[in-house]
Write a protein that binds this ligand. Structure first.
Ligand code: ZN
Length: 372
């Protein structure tokens, strides 16, 4: 099952006991990161045990999972891992992803899904393509990390038999090589195009010497060229993880740029009264109607509101009867509740660290399934 469908199920989970949600940054790029995560977990586990709010078996599972992550016996290439445990609901699940999380430890009556939901929408399928004069490597990436690599190798004849020939033979040989190279680049370009179309790779990062990368670029069609977000250095014998790590910065940057422009488009759409609404009130109304296709919110958006015990409608304010059905309400964190409702109805969520125009609109904005 893909991450988005699983998230929708988790958002609907009715737990009868406390749920532990843990997010860890497992990008072990410096020596201290491992130690930071170890101390973070130790502190949070102790706090949870002292408070007695979580199931001891669940805490033990989190502790063991954390240990195998830190020792890298599991998912050594993941940059972030989310863990969910609730014995009462039969839930013990880990999600390794290729994007780092902020270390987070939450015990609540339901899974805390906001960071994972944001990653699911923000790390689209991508492709890293290494190329040199006679070979290519295609490494697909989804939200969980690199998939199986495809290696393409061209047979270039006569490559090592050019010694002592006449000038004419030499130039013929050169032309021969050139022709084959063109065929090689054209064949790799065709493979990249096929994979990119078939796997819906939204972004492509090229790797290799600049002149090789340039030659490949000349051979791909425009629709594929538009998906190329940049190029990184690379050599034929490097592990895929090294190429992917170099590509990650470019992909992250491309995600941020895409988010920025998607927010701009949604703001314009909301201003026209089209397929988007901005601000908390209109977003609440849209979420209550199940009309949200994509929710944008600032990372620091926090708002306490209430949910109706009867009809479930979310609304502002701290107490009082439901504005729709007059039954009692209970206080809820609206930021989390809105995200859960949107992913439960099959929508997606993006959190942004900052965005001036979004901040001016209350830090929240929704793209709708149909016009408002
Ligand atoms: Zn109600």
């Amino acid at each position: 099952m893909d991450l988005r469908s699983r998230l929708a199920q988790l958002a609907k989970l009715k737990a009868t006991g406390p749920v532990i949600s843990v997010y860890l940054n497992t990008r072990w790029t410096d020596e201290h990161q491992r130690e930071r995560v170890r101390i973070f977990l130790k502190t949070e586990l102790k706090r949870a045990r002292d408070a007695g709010r979580a199931d001891p078996d669940d805490l033990a599972w989190i502790e063991a999972s954390g240990r195998s992550l830190i020792e890298q016996t599991e998912w050594p290439d993941a940059s972030g891992v989310a863990l969910f445990a609730c014995r009462a609901a039969g839930l013990r699940e880990a999600f390794p992803v290729r994007v780092a999380f902020e270390d987070t430890f939450v015990v609540n009556d339901r899974p805390y899904l906001v960071p994972l939901a944001s990653v699911a929408a923000d790390a689209p399928p991508s492709l890293v393509v290494f190329i040199d004069g006679t070979s290519a490597r295609l490494i697909p990436l989804d939200v969980t990390g690199p998939g199986d690599e495809l290696v393409l190798e061209a047979q270039v004849e006569g490559r090592h038999s050019s010694g002592g020939w006449a000038a004419l033979a030499q130039s013929r040989y050169q032309r021969h090589i050139e022709t084959h190279r063109e065929q090689h680049f054209a064949a790799v370009a065709a493979a990249v195009t096929g994979w990119s179309d078939h796997r819906d790779a939204e972004r492509i990062v090229l790797a290799g010497e600049p002149r090789m990368v340039a030659a490949l670029r000349e051979h791909v069609p425009d629709r594929v060229a538009r998906r190329v977000v940049g190029a990184v250095a690379g050599t034929r014998y490097e592990p895929a993880s090294a190429l992917v790590e170099r590509a990650a910065a470019l992909l992250g940057q491309a995600d941020r740029v895409a988010d920025e422009s998607a927010v701009e488009r949604a703001i314009t759409e909301a201003a026209k009264g089209g397929h988007a609404v901005d601000g908390l009130d209109r977003t609440l109304d849209a979420v209550n109607r199940g009309a949200v296709r994509h929710l944008f919110l600032l990372r620091d958006f926090r708002e306490v509101g209430r949910a109706c015990e009867g009809c479930g409608a979310l609304q502002r304010g701290l107490g009082g009867a439901c504005a729709y059905c007059r039954r009692p309400t209970r206080p809820v964190p609206l930021d989390e509740e809105l995200v859960d409702r949107v992913i439960a109805s099959g929508g997606t969520v993006t959190r942004l660290a900052r965005h001036a125009a979004l901040a001016q609109r209350g830090g929240i904005l929704a793209v709708l399934r149909y016009a408002a």
